[in-house]
Design a protein around this ligand. Structure first.
Ligand code: ZN
Ligand code: ZN
Length: 389
């Protein structure tokens, strides 16, 4: 099969699909129109799409003979952002925007499914085509809970993200940790309120909060190996109602992220610092953690296979191993159950007016990157089916 030839006929359709998704963004677990469009397309090319995790879609594409099972995954959701791109196909839904590139991912995976289906006679094994809802709030767990990794069991999982930090025409795939584990905390410091003039009769939760914020920085800089990336960030603090009143309570929120295994030790040290400072100043506290994403770690053998596929697409000199990020990605949930790899496909191109970062109201993608994404999926599927078989 000649993948580049197959792709030539699909460029206009790819852009049309991308622009349509872009104009009709939907938030996580509300991707109803999106789901309908994806299902209709997959049915039209002869597959049998199934609903999964509410607004998700999965379809199995079977080759002509037995073999391994590969998962190809796209996310589907948009963000609560008011678009400022002034594109002719800008969001028609006020306050909602595809500002992360998931619209492009869907166009890429639909055309991938169509082309893979057209070459199914040459393929061994099975390719599961998955459209996953609610990536921005870690929705992958629901798809996994509904059995996407089993029956047939997935042998290799592959996903990609159009990436605004890489120029169009490049693909970046690292070995090992690639995107951070992310957890969120809610911390409430409970003191004793009173008059600002009689602070000695109160327990001031604002003062105690500032001590905790300062002390916690020492965990990052003095207790974690400087070669292990970790972030403990306070992002919200609410307390008080007046210039004359010491409040009863201060509420803080933030995020703990790490890009190495066994980073969960940070939670214990964080709580220990909170507890001991509160004890020292006779305050009490409540602390809870919420999981965002697991650490996304590429399996080196699969990543090497994906880089070989990427080299066929953009040439070996444009395949890099540079991007590790403290942003999270719920593709990590699939990698708990099967080896796999995740690729960053460059979509940054100031010459085409594409220069804003992900989640910015003027974010857009270089449409030239769409065909690269399709070709990468096809090359990866082909290589994984051979390697894993
Ligand atoms: Zn995003
Ligand atoms: Zn994203």
């Amino acid at each position: 099969m000649n993948i580049k030839q197959l792709l030539t006929g699909c460029r206009a359709e790819l852009i049309e699909l991308y622009r349509d998704f872009h104009a009709h963004p939907e938030l996580g677990f509300q991707e109803f129109r999106t789901q309908d469009k994806v299902s209709t397309y997959l049915s039209a090319i002869g597959l049998e799409p199934q609903q999964i995790a509410g607004t998700g879609v999965v379809a199995e594409l079977r080759g002509s003979r037995p073999g391994p099972t590969i998962l190809l995954r796209s996310d589907m959701d948009a963000l609560p952002i008011t678009e400022e791109t002034a594109l002719p196909f800008a969001s028609q839904h006020p306050g909602i925007m595809h500002a992360c590139g998931h619209d492009g991912h869907m166009a890429i995976l639909l055309v991938t499914a169509k082309l893979l289906n057209s070459m199914s006679a040459e393929l061994p094994g099975t390719v599961k085509i998955l459209f996953q809802p609610n990536e921005e709030d870690a929705g992958a767990w629901k798809v996994v809970a509904e059995g996407v990794m089993t029956d047939p069991k997935v042998d290799v999982a592959f996903g990609l993200h159009l990436w605004s930090q890489c120029p169009t025409g490049t693909i970046d795939i690292v070995d090992g940790p690639q995107m951070a584990a992310s957890y969120y905390f809610d911390l409430s410091i409970k003191g004793r309120g009173g008059h600002a003039g009689f602070a000695h009769e109160s327990i001031d939760p604002i003062y105690i909060s500032t001590l905790i914020i300062q002390a916690v920085q020492g965990i990052q800089t003095r207790e974690v190996n400087a070669l292990d990336p970790a972030v403990i960030m306070f992002t919200r603090m609410n307390a008080g109602s007046s210039a004359t009143i010491i409040p009863e309570e201060a509420k803080l929120q933030g995020s703990i992220r790490f890009l190495y295994s066994n980073g969960k030790k940070l939670f214990k040290r964080f709580e220990s610092v909170v507890k001991q400072i509160c004890t020292a100043y006779s305050a009490s506290y409540e602390l809870s953690f919420k999981k965002g994403n697991d650490l996304l770690t590429n399996v080196p053998e699969i990543a090497a296979c994906a880089r070989a596929a990427a080299a066929e697409v953009v040439g070996p000199e444009k395949v890099t191993t540079e991007i590790r990020t403290m942003a999270g990605e719920d593709f990590s949930d699939y990698l708990v159950h099967a080896p796999g790899a995740f690729a960053f496909v460059g979509c940054h191109n100031p010459a085409n007016g594409v220069s804003y970062p992900h989640h910015h109201p003027r974010f857009t993608i270089d449409e030239e990157a769409l065909a690269i994404g399709v070709e990468l999926h096809l090359q990866c599927a082909s290589k994984f089916l051979k390697c894993a078989g």
